[in-house]
Design a protein around this ligand. Structure first.
Ligand code: KG4
Ligand code: ZN
Length: 358
């Protein structure tokens, strides 16, 4: 049952071919980081244009690497939401055109369900399948959600961020301190050199105790920055980025005093504690037999280490880094159950920027 999947919901143009539910034959991801990094975040209009340039070569390369022709496919899967409207439209329209031309069924996939299936796929490949009920913590630049998965494909939202997503908090703090975009990877690498000694108080939230809020944390970092004169070190980091878009850790450390490293460690620890505290409560509440952590922030080594040490009541699954951030393998993986059920979409299926999973 070979399947081609296309993902273009944010700033990665990706295509993958899977031979079946557990066999990845090819996976191509074209990142737009170089385009967006100079703006300190994703610029939606630029993202759509980059997808337009990349989509045809990326899909061709995925097919070529898989040594498969379009007419040998059983279906084409594509992300229909949530995401940036213009970005989604590029992938969705291209997938529809291919389906129309090759008379193939179209399968539309929810991007968040894709992140969950990245883990389900790899767990199956490893011979340790995810057991249900599962708790899924999806943490990326656009999402911070806790879902209960009672069984495959059946989700209940337990909590979500009320403001910034966890990855967005990493990105905003990094931008504020002159570390460029995206912020997660650089903070992750620098945090071990600092001590988490800065107290970052978070505002108390009313309502659902499983909801998240990261905007107060970002403000706490801003206040900390304003209370000191960091102008020179921030300027030095921005200069470093101008001369070298991918500085090494040693180069970053040379322009980052210990106090700032301590702040990064404190910030990262606070985010991790917030995520894992709610994951633990909800895993117990739903009597989870597995905990799935996925999305770009799942790459964070501090989060991985802390999750393994935390007293979670069951096995914790993280995707490999390549499947943590946006990719098309996860979209194909989420499409296979729909292919089995022949749950196909019409060729007028809309892009759904605000699509929810539950
Ligand atoms: O899943 P993803 O590629 O795109 C979205 O769906 O948003 O996630 C990108 C996000 C960015 O905010 C980035 O800073 C964050 O994931 N990220 C990380 C790490 N690697 C990527 N955050 C913390 N630690 C990392 N190692
Ligand atoms: Zn994503």
């Amino acid at each position: 049952m070979p399947l081609l999947a296309i993902e273009s919901s944010c700033d990665e143009t990706a295509a993958a071919v899977l031979a079946n539910e557990s066999t990845v034959v090819s996976s191509i991801v074209a990142s737009q980081l170089d385009t967006h990094s100079k703006y300190g975040g994703v610029v939606p209009e630029l993202a759509s244009r980059e997808h337009l340039t990349a989509i045809v070569p990326v899909v061709r390369e995925a097919l070529r690497n898989a040594n498969i022709a379009l007419d040998q496919l059983d279906a084409i899967a594509v992300t229909s939401g949530p995401g940036l409207a213009g970005s989604l439209l590029v992938g969705l329209t291209y997938a529809k055109a291919l389906c129309f031309a090759c008379r193939l069924p179209l399968i539309t996939v929810n991007h968040i369900e894709g992140h969950i299936h990245a883990v389900i796929l790899e767990a199956r490949q490893a011979g340790t399948p995810v057991e249900y009920p599962a708790l899924a913590l999806i943490v990326s630049g656009g999402h911070t959600h806790l879902f209960e998965a009672r069984e495959e494909g059946v989700y209940r939202l337990l909590g979500k961020t009320r403001d910034d997503a966890a990855g967005e908090a990493f990105d905003k703090v990094a931008k504020l301190l002159g570390f460029g975009y995206p912020g997660g990877p650089v903070i992750d690498k620098l945090a071990p050199y600092g001590k988490p000694v800065v107290k970052l108080t978070l505002s108390k939230m009313k309502g659902n105790p499983l909801d998240f809020s990261f905007s107060g944390l970002k403000t706490a970092v801003l206040r900390w920055t304003q209370a000191r004169d960091l102008t020179a070190e921030i300027a030095a980091r921005r200069e470093l980025l101008t001369s070298n878009p991918r500085p090494s850790i040693d180069e970053w450390r040379a322009v980052t005093p210990q106090a700032t490293l301590d702040m990064l460690a404190s910030f990262q620890r606070t985010v991790i504690e917030e995520l894992l505290r709610r994951a633990q409560i909800s895993a117990e509440e739903i009597q989870a037999r597995s905990v799935i952590v996925s999305g770009g922030v799942a790459c964070n080594s501090g989060l991985r280490a802390a999750a393994l040490q935390a007293r979670l009541p069951c096995a914790v699954y993280f995707p490999t880094p390549a499947l943590s951030t946006d990719n098309a393998v996860m979209i194909a993986a989420a499409a296979f159950p729909k292919l089995r059920r022949k749950d196909f979409s019409q060729l007028d299926a809309p892009a759904q920027p605000n699509l929810t999973l539950a």
